[in-house]
Each structure stands twice: as structure tokens, then as C-alpha cells.
Design a protein around this ligand. Structure first.
Ligand code: AMP
Length: 194
């Protein structure tokens, strides 16, 4: 089974992806994590995307699609994948459909997290402040001068995917403003049995 967790930055997709990974034996694939690893390693991709992530802009579709395609060929993706942060544009969604179809697979369900912008800003501001107070590193793109750009990119580039997957008949919505355990239970009820 291949699932997509769709939603704005700070909506809790990563937290739920980890829980689903454990519950369903699927592989979480976070393109944000993959890109941050490339930056840490200062690989060719890492050097190409570093400034883009720091600004809160989107990495070019071709770069992300190539990275996902390579990653999905690994054996740990064979049972299915939970996409977290991918696709983020209609072009990426179309590329994913084609990529899966080429292997006789498809996207089985898309869970969209609905969270008000004001709540996202509050969550991310609090998260950054708590990390700072604890002397821990703050993600540069969680800073108050960058986060609004990530939110704007979501509304402009990624939100059209809601209609895209609705048309495919596989979209499910959860209220991402509930406590984490309740979001998890709601997702469990929405998804097809294992
Ligand atoms: P995330 O950890 O999912 O919030 O992603 C962090 C950053 O990585 C985003 O703000 C983008 O700059 C970049 N990124 C992650 N996934 C994608 C994607 N699917 N398409 C384009 N850029 C991405």
C-alpha cells in the first residue's frame, strides 16, 4: 500500500508517518529529511538545494522526482511507502502516478491534514523558541522570517493537490488540530485494512 500524507508544514505529518510506519510495516519517505541529509553530506544535490531550503522555497520538481525514484528502488520500499512531504506540486504528483504505474502500483490513499495557518505559526514559533531555550539547534526554515514563505508555498503550489486527489477518488481528510493520539486514531479509521 502506498500512502501520501498531505498538509502544510507543521501539520504533524512526520509524527503520524512514524506511527504508521510502525503500525503497518510501510516505509516512511520524507523528502525533507532526504534533502537535509544530502545537505549534511554536502553532496552534489545537497549543494544545489541548500539555499533553496534555507529560503523556504521548493526544490525543482526534476531533482526531487529523481531522488524519490532512486530511493524507491531500494528493497525496504517493496511493501509500500508513506510519502511525507512529497508530492508538493501537481507535476510531482503526475510523476509519482507514472512512476508507480510503471511498477504495477498506485497511490492507494491520500490523507490531508487540515490545520489553520494561525495554529501552524503558533506551533512552529513555540517549537523554535523551546529548542532555542534548550540550547538545541533550530531548523533555519522554522524561523519566523522564513516559515511564512513555506506556508505561502504550500497554499500556492501544494494545496491544488487536494482537488487532484479528490478527482482520483482517494482523498481522506483529518482534523490535524486534534491531539496527536486522536489524529492517529482518525487516520486508522480512514485507511483501508492492512
Ligand atoms: P519538510 O521537511 O517536508 O518541511 O521539507 C523541508 C524543505 O525541503 C521544504 O521547505 C522544501 O524546501 C524542501 N522540500 C521537501 N520536500 C520537497 C518536495 N517534495 N518538493 C520540493 N521541495 C521539497
Amino acid at each position: 500500500m502506498n500512502l501520501i500524507l498531505l498538509g502544510p508544514p507543521g501539520a504533524g505529518k512526520g509524527t503520524q508517518a512514524v506511527r504508521l510506519e510502525a503500525a503497518r510495516g510501510l516505509k516512511q519517505l520524507s523528502t525533507g529529511d532526504m534533502l537535509r541529509s544530502e545537505i549534511k553530506a554536502q553532496s552534489a544535490i545537497g549543494r544545489e538545494v541548500e539555499a533553496i531550503l534555507a529560503r523556504g522555497d521548493l526544490v525543482p520538481d526534476a531533482t526531487v522526482v529523481r531522488m524519490v525514484e532512486t530511493r524507491m528502488a531500494a528493497p525496504d520500499c517493496a511493501k509500500g511507502v508513506i510519502f511525507d512531504g512529497f508530492p508538493r506540486t501537481v507535476a510531482q504528483a503526475e510523476a509519482l502516478n507514472a512512476m508507480l504505474a510503471a511498477h504495477g502500483q498506485k497511490v492507494d490513499a491520500v490523507v490531508v491534514f487540515t490545520v489553520d495557518d494561525a495554529i501552524l505559526i503558533e506551533r512552529v514559533t513555540n517549537r523554535a523558541a523551546a529548542a532555542e531555550a534548550a540550547g538545541q539547534p533550530v531548523r533555519p526554515d522554522d524561523r519566523p522570517d522564513v516559515f511564512p514563505n513555506r506556508l505561502a508555498k504550500f497554499h500556492r503550489e501544494t494545496a491544488p493537490l487536494i482537488a487532484f486527489y479528490e478527482r482520483m477518488g482517494i482523498l481522506k481528510a483529518v482534523d490535524g488540530m486534534q491531539p496527536m493520539a486522536e489524529v492517529e486514531a482518525a487516520i486508522g479509521r480512514l485507511l483501508p485494512a492492512k
